[in-house]
Design a binder for this molecule. Sequence first.
Ligand code: FES
Ligand code: FE2
Length: 441
Amino acid sequence: MTTKSESEILTRVGPGTPMGELFRQYWIPAAKSSELAAGGDPVRLMLLGERLIGFRSPGGRVGIMDHRCPHRCASLFFGRNEKAGLRCVYHGWQYDPDGACVDMPNVPPEQDFKHKVSAKAYKTFERNGLVWVFMGDQENIPPEPLLECTLLGEDEHRLMFAQRECNYLQALEGDIDTSHFGFLHAGAITLDQIDEDHPSRFTIADRQPGYHVSDTGWGTMYAAFRDGDPGRTYWRTAQFLFPFWTMPPDGLFDDHIIARAWVPMDDTHTMFIHISWTGNTQGLRTGRDGKPLPGLAVGMEHLPNTTDWFGRWRLAAHAGNDYRIDREAQRTDSYTGITGIHLQDQAVTESMGGVADHHLEHLAPSDRMITQTRRRLINAAKAWRDTGEIPPACREPEVVLGARSGDFQGPAGQGWREAYDDRMAASVNPTGRLIQRAAAE
Ligand code: FES
Ligand SMILES: [Fe+2]
């Protein structure tokens, strides 16, 4: 059971909160590179409860800084994006992408003190279409993160954003709560609708798997297990990675290069960022006739972005229109009547409220991965706050290259970690960076 005080630690992400401070020790994906055009409009970015402005100078440098001008706190959202930096329109002070004040034109030269003024700017870097920001101590920058899918070239991965109106934790936990797949997403699918070798056949045949859960260097990991083909065990593994990443079991393990960030915008809004390899095997959502299985159509419709703090990457189906639920389809065809795995997840996690009331829950043995992940987050936040213990995988980013998720079969009777290592050794490795432990030994 998660107590009220534990829930507070887990879900509050603003400056000065234990979890907010833990998250500030990591590089955070902030925006698509394409959102920040060279010399283009400044963009309002809400991250960890901070109102920030992102912009790209005409020369191509990205800046992310507090939206308040250090002169008299007018918003830099209205600023002019000029060659030397962002110029506040109130009195004309100008800041380069590092935050240094480079012009103070409303005072005479002898009174100019621009070299003593700087906007609160955060370090950034870009890789493969994603802008990252570090919001912790700017004098102590960690190495850049190394999740496998973020090392793929820009044309080798899919990158998708979608905003969710709830706390990051309940959104993230949907990716590590394996037993819901057989209900929310596949509850109306029967074995006669899929091929004999369909990867989800064991999940559909047995909706009550057993679980193993373990702490890892990057966070936590589980393996759900069921009987597979004769003499085989069917494994479904997934990962939680600090600070708020998951690798869900949404495909075949061997080439399932994927990661999903649940980036807290504030306590009740989250930016979902999905990154996956274009070479992944597809087909989990397809039935015998080659068409999407009931309720599992791929794709999501976005509303146009606005300049609001919460105006980026919203979905057209949302709480205000009941996610376009089709009750007739729910009666006859799909389990939910809501179309698409992402939207089904969105509906149930947002329906818990802005921040779920964790003390009302009754967690089951099927929720062990959730329980253990919460414990790991709380312990890491307290350790950082109380003793300054370096958070997991923060300064050794290569640790995460030992993580993969997905479905596979192994010999019946084999231990789960051995089965995992064997499968890693046999998996494709397009970046050449995956740690394939068994192969290396
Ligand atoms: S408030 Fe920005 S220049 Fe005065
Ligand atoms: Fe789901």
